[in-house]
Ligand binder design. Structure first.
Ligand code: NAD
Length: 354
C-alpha cells in the first residue's frame, strides 16, 4: 500500500503550471495526468510534471481509474461544465476561483460540492499568504478588539493575456469583481467572520484594454472600483481596486480596526503592523513564505500552503478550509457589487441569495 496521493490537473495554463510547481513541493503527492485542449499549454506544463500522462480533454483524463484528486484550473466560464463530471468520477476536487461566473452556475456547483462525499475545495489561496494569515490570526485572537472596519486595497498591473483571451470579456470571467475580487470578498467574510448584508459600489473601465479588439469586439471588463460592504452586526468593509497601478510599491494593503487597536499588512513586503490604541504603540514584523514557495508562483508563496492543507484534508477527512459555500458566496458578492455599479444603487445580498 502506498500513501502517495495521485492527482490529475485539468487546465494546464498559467495557474495550472503554478499548481504543478507547488504540488511538486508537497510530500507524498504525485501528478499522474494532465489535460488541456490547447497543445502548447500541455507542452509548457509537462516539464513541471515529468512522467505525467497528457490528455487532450478533461473527459479523457477523468476516464482514468488511477486518480484520487483533480485540480481544475480551466477558465472561469468552463468550471460549470468541467466540475460535474469530476464530482461524478468520485474524485477529491480543488477548483480554481471563481467557482463560476453566474449565480445559477455557482449555485449548481455549490450544491454538487456540498453533496460530494469527497473534499471539494475552492482555490482561494490569498488566505494563506503569510502576512494575511497572520492578520487573520490576530483578528481571530481579538488583538484589535471587536472588529469595526476592514479595508482591503489592491493596486496592481492590468490583467495578463490568457489562452484564447478568455479574460477580456465579462461573459467568460464573470466580470472583474467576480474574477479578481472573489478573493477579496472571501477574505472579508473570513476576517469579519460574519455574512454580508448590503453592497454598494462604484467602478468603471476607464483605462485598460480599450484599444484591444478580439474578433472586432472591445473588452468590457472593469479596471477600477470602490466597493463598500455592510456586514451583519454593523461591521463595514471596503475594497479599493485599481488595475492600472503598475507603479506601486505596496500592491496590497489590508487594515482591520477594532475598538482597541488595528492590524494591518502590506504586500509584497510581508509587513505586519499591530497598533494599540491605548498607548499608540505600533509593533512591526515581517511574515514571508519560504523562498521555494515564493518562487513557485505569483501569489507570495500561498499556493504551496493551499496544497498542503488540501492534501491534509484528503488524508484526514477534515472539512475544506474554503468550502463550496465559501466559493458560492464570494461569487454572489462580486455579482452584487457589479449589479450595484450597473444600477447605481445599493444591492441587498438577500436579493441574490433569497
Ligand atoms: N487563485 C488565483 O489566484 C488564480 C490566479 C490566476 C488564475 N486563476 C484561475 O485559474 C483558472 C485558469 O486561469 P489561467 O490564468 O491559468 O488561464 P490560462 O488561459 O493561462 O489557462 C487556462 C487553460 O485551460 C485550458 N482549457 C480551457 N478549457 C478547457 C477544457 N474544457 N478542458 C481542458 N483545458 C481547458 C486552456 O487551453 C488553457 O491552457 C481560472 O479560473 C482563473 O480564474 C486563479
Amino acid at each position: 500500500m502506498t500513501n502517495v496521493l495521485r492527482y490529475g490537473l485539468i487546465g494546464a495554463g498559467m495557474m495550472g503550471r503554478e499548481h504543478l510547481r507547488n504540488i511538486a513541493l508537497v510530500d507524498e503527492v504525485e501528478v499522474v495526468a494532465l489535460a488541456d485542449d490547447f497543445p502548447e499549454s500541455l507542452e509548457r506544463a509537462a516539464k513541471y510534471a515529468p512522467g505525467a500522462a497528457t490528455h487532450d480533454s478533461a473527459e479523457a483524463l477523468l476516464a482514468r481509474d488511477d486518480l484520487d484528486a483533480v485540480v481544475i484550473a480551466t477558465p472561469n466560464h468552463t468550471h460549470v461544465n468541467v466540475v460535474p463530471p469530476a464530482v461524478e468520477a468520485g474524485l477529491h476536487i480543488l477548483c480554481e476561483k471563481p467557482l463560476a461566473t453566474t449565480l445559477d452556475d455557482a449555485r449548481t456547483l455549490r450544491d454538487l460540492g456540498n453533496a460530494s462525499e469527497k473534499v471539494f475545495w475552492v482555490g482561494m489561496e490569498y488566505r494563506y499568504i503569510p502576512a494575511v494569515a497572520r492578520l487573520i490570526a490576530e483578528v481571530d485572537a481579538g488583538t484589535p478588539g471587536p472588529l469595526r472596519m476592514l479595508s482591503i486595497r489592491e493596486h496592481r498591473r492590468s490583467f495578463l493575456p490568457k489562452v484564447r483571451d478568455w479574460n477580456r470579456f465579462n461573459r467568460n470571467s464573470g466580470g472583474t469583481l467576480v474574477e479578481k475580487c472573489c478573493h477579496h470578498f472571501d477574505l472579508m467574510r473570513r476576517i469579519v467572520g460574519r455574512e454580508p448584508v448590503r453592497i454598494y459600489a462604484s467602478g468603471a473601465q476607464d483605462v485598460n484594454h480599450l484599444d484591444e479588439r478580439y474578433h472586432g469586439e472591445t473588452p468590457d471588463i472593469l479596471d477600477n472600483a470602490y466597493v463598500i460592504v455592510d456586514f451583519e452586526g454593523g461591521v463595514r468593509a471596503m475594497l479599493d481596486l485599481c488595475m492600472f497601478a503598475e507603479g506601486t510599491a505596496d500592491s496590497d494593503q489590508i487594515s482591520a480596526t477594532g475598538d482597541t487597536g488595528k492590524v494591518e499588512c502590506l504586500l509584497p513586503g510581508g509587513v505586519v503592523r499591530i497598533g494599540h490604541r491605548e498607548d499608540r504603540r505600533v509593533e512591526e514584523s515581517i511574515a514571508l513564505a519560504d523562498p521555494d514557495a515564493v518562487d513557485a508562483g505569483s501569489h507570495h508563496g500561498s499556493t504551496l500552503e493551499e496544497h498542503r492543507h488540501f492534501a491534509e484534508a484528503i488524508r484526514t477527512g477534515a472539512r475544506p478550509d474554503v468550502s463550496a459555500d465559501d466559493g458560492y458566496l464570494a461569487v454572489a458578492m462580486g455579482l452584487a457589487a457589479q449589479q450595484s455599479i450597473a444600477e447605481g444603487r445599493p444591492v441587498w445580498m438577500a436579493e441574490l441569495l433569497g
